[in-house]
Design a protein around this ligand. Structure first.
Ligand code: ADP
Ligand code: MG
Length: 243
């Protein structure tokens, strides 16, 4: 534990006043442990993401990109190794503490939007805030409306999410991910299902929030052209970082 805390401090010192938003040291992940089909999917990942960094994640299908994002997003636990998010060492945290850390610091955008289709765009964006406060209020509604505006969907604010186009739905998903003003945004192929123009629009939204709010982003890119527009690229091959 102490050793990892020191590693974090070293990483922070190397970045000057810049905070380390994500730090992984020797992270491994196996599925079906102790069964004949046990497979090691992540094989010792070391990764540091600083405040405001926009990092592309590339790699072939099945190489472990989503597993990596799920672990960084505290949706799954590593089998071995250490992970700190926003300066908090997560190894010893229980589910409740993980949920709190996740809810306050991490936003997610997946390839599929996962919106509640029977609710309006505005209501979908309010959901994470409801999760945190338990009841809706005007401040929430205003913040959600502002986010909907900022993703270019003001006229569609009260439309049911189920009646929107794929590109619009993904924009709502981005607004929802930013509802709690997270320090970290995890985007797992958010542009994978979109046509080139919509994909570009969603990418530019992420880029803009990154620049304006200093949100750190891990972005699984489905093509090299988008990756080239990020600050740095990591490549996952067979559960290891290369290059
Ligand atoms: P990528 O996102 O790079 O396509 P994934 O992280 O989804 O790769 O998957 C990496 C490997 O881990 C794949 O071989 C996949 O089948 C396996 N895998 C992912 N999740 C599970 C799971 N819950 N149980 C067993 N195997 C899994
Ligand atoms: Mg994946």
């Amino acid at each position: 534990m102490a050793e990892f805390t020191i590693a974090l401090r070293v990483a922070e010192a190397a970045g000057g006043t810049v905070d380390t938003v994500v730090a992984l040291r020797g992270v491994r992940k196996s599925f079906n442990v102790g069964t004949p089909i046990e497979t090691e999917v992540l094989r010792g990942i070391d990764l540091t993401l600083r405040k405001g960094e926009f990092c592309a994640v590339m790699g072939p299908s099945g190489s472990g990109k989503s597993t990596l994002l799920n672990i960084v997003g505290l949706l799954d636990r590593p089998t071995a190794g250490r992970l700190a998010v926003c300066g908090e060492e997560t190894t010893a945290l229980d589910e409740r503490a993980l949920t709190r850390l996740r809810g306050h610091n991490i936003g997610f955008v997946f390839q599929y939007h996962h919106l509640l289709t029977a609710f309006t765009a505005l209501e979908n964006v309010m959901m994470p805030m409801l999760g945190a406060a338990g009841f809706p209020n005007d401040a929430m509604r205003q913040r959600a409306a502002g986010l909907i505006d900022s993703v270019g969907l003001a006229p569609w604010r009260d439309n049911l999410a189920g009646n929107m186009s794929g590109g619009q739905q993904q924009r709502v998903a981005v607004a929802r991910a930013l509802a709690m003003n997270p320090a970290l945004l995890l985007a797992d192929e958010p542009t994978g299902n979109l046509d080139t123009k919509s994909a570009d629009g969603v990418f530019e939204l992420l880029r803009r929030f990154n620049r304006e709010h200093g949100t750190s982003v891990l972005f699984v890119a489905h093509n090299a052209a988008l990756a080239a527009r990020c600050d740095k690229t990591i490549k996952v091959v067979d559960g290891e970082l290369t290059g």
